[in-house]
Design a protein around this ligand. Structure first.
Ligand code: NDP
Ligand code: GDR
Length: 328
């Protein structure tokens, strides 16, 4: 019998890459969407898998919808990728962010505990939980948390409630503590995609500036297509556990900007960058770099796409998209 998986956040960035991977492994994939009116299937279309997924309706903020879904489907695996995932917006909408990212996870875990306790559960945890905390400038599973945004705080709750349901009730529930991962279907509000879209527009003469915030922040950027493999592997282990997943390299926002401009042959890139205080955060995370050695050792996971190739992949995709006049 084919395994079944329910993916929340199916219309975002990671949902489609994970769904593609599971479909290749012959899973039956259910994708949870919030409502059927005007769902945006663009990211699933980009990977050519929209018709292969069974869409089901549910909202992390609506406990009843999750109970019904889990009761009816009883999936082998749940990948909880849905979230208010934009750190910047969490300062404007802290309560909504917490309702979805914290309580939503509790609702899902309760639904599993009560209606399908054999279901394996993956929680999309994040390097943002580390915030200011590091040991010799790297973060691993033992690094304490020091969250710096309502988003990061909400994810710390989700992390611990996942650990608690594992310890208290014996659920197979795991946290993937993933560092930033990007792709051509990354949301346009995130800095990498904002840069590659902006660079492509400037190259094609469609824009003359990119407005950005803090250029000195450093992130450990990998490719989403690589990272979803780690999610899958975590749920195939004998015992549930939590894993840090990242590339082990950190680059600044400025380095990302320079690499993207240089790739399209623009050397005097500084003239196109405008620093805009609207994109500064009230409390920033200056530096994130993973030590993914546990994931490598236990899961056998390693990223394939390097920083320069990721930038090129995203710029190429934005150039192609804009040339096709699909100016999403
Ligand atoms: P996206 O923001 O691209 O996708 C999130 C999805 O969640 C959207 O499709 C959105 O639906 C859905 N969603 C939001 N609120 C609700 C809700 N109340 N009920 C149901 N669905 C909802 O995120 P990513 O794919 O980039 O990330 C996936 C997960 O991984 C997130 O939880 C994120 O916080 C976490 N994460 C991401 C990292 C990254 O670098 N990408 C790194 C570490 C963790 P809709 O389309 O309807 O708006
Ligand atoms: P992040 O990603 O906050 O790390 O969260 P984002 O791309 O938004 O910011 C990365 C860094 O770039 C700086 N920055 C800007 N950011 C945005 N969005 N827009 C700008 O104009 C800009 N200028 C500079 C930010 O200050 C920050 O330092 C992402 C999300 O996917 C989370 O859901 C996930 O948990 C983490 O990655 C790991």
């Amino acid at each position: 019998m084919a395994k079944t998986a329910l993916i929340t956040g199916i219309l975002g960035q990671d949902g489609p890459y994970l769904a593609k991977l599971l479909l290749e492994k012959d899973y039956k994939v259910y994708g949870m969407i919030r409502r059927y009116t005007y769902p945006n299937f663009a990211n699933l279309d980009y990977l050519g898998i929209t018709d292969k997924i069974e869409m089901v309706e549910g909202d992390l903020a609506d406990q009843a919808s999750l109970y019904n879904l889990i009761k009816n489907i009883r999936p082998d695996e749940v990948y909880n990728l849905a979230a208010q995932s934009f750190v910047g917006s969490s300062f404007e909408q802290p309560i909504y962010t917490t309702e979805v990212n914290s309580l939503g996870v509790l609702y899902m875990l309760e639904a599993i505990r009560q209606h399908s306790p054999a279901t394996r559960f993956y929680q999309a945890s994040t390097s943002e939980m580390f915030g200011l905390s590091h040991t010799n400038y790297v973060q691993d599973e033992n690094t304490p948390f020091h969250p710096r945004s309502p988003y990061a705080v909400s994810k710390v709750y989700a992390y611990w409630i996942t650990v608690n349901y594992r310890e208290a009730y014996g659920l197979f529930a795991v946290n993937g503590i993933l560092f930033n991962h990007e792709s051509p279907i990354r949301g346009i509000q995130f800095v990498t995609r904002k840069i590659t879209d902006g660079v492509a527009r400037i190259k094609l003469g469609l824009a003359d500036e990119i407005r950005l915030g803090n250029l000195s922040a450093k992130r450990d950027w990998g490719f989403a297509g690589d990272f979803v493999k780690a999610m899958y592997l975590m749920l195939q282990q004998e015992r549930p556990d939590d894993y840090v997943v990242g590339t082990g390299e950190a680059h600044s926002v400025e380095e990302f900007v320079r690499t993207a401009f240089e790739y399209v042959g623009i050397k005097d890139w500084k003239q196109y960058i405008k620093i805009d205080p609207r994109f500064m955060r009230p409390s920033e995370v200056p530096y994130l770099k993973a030590n993914p050695s546990k994931a490598k050792k236990v899961l056998g996971w390693e990223p394939e796409v390097k920083f320069n190739d990721l930038v090129k992949m995203m710029v190429d995709a934005d150039l192609a998209r804009l040339k096709n006049k699909d100016r999403k």
